[in-house]
Design a binder for this molecule. Structure first.
Ligand SMILES: [Zn+2]
Length: 52
């Protein structure tokens, strides 16, 4: 599955190539959910333990 959601530098999410709010060119937002999330999940769990 490929997400077609784009993000503008102003922080808006849109499906268009140009931000409807500020007119800037948008970029594909990458949720980075794959290996990154996995890798940090371990540390996040450790961090949670520390906080609790
Ligand atoms: Zn914008």
């Amino acid at each position: 599955m490929v997400s077609k959601i784009r993000k503008c530098s102003c922080g808006r999410y849109t499906l268009k190539e140009v931000c409807p709010v500020c007119g800037e060119q948008t970029k594909y937002s990458r949720p980075a959910r794959f290996s990154l999330e996995d890798r940090y999940g371990k540390y996040r769990r450790m961090a949670k333990k520390t906080i609790l």
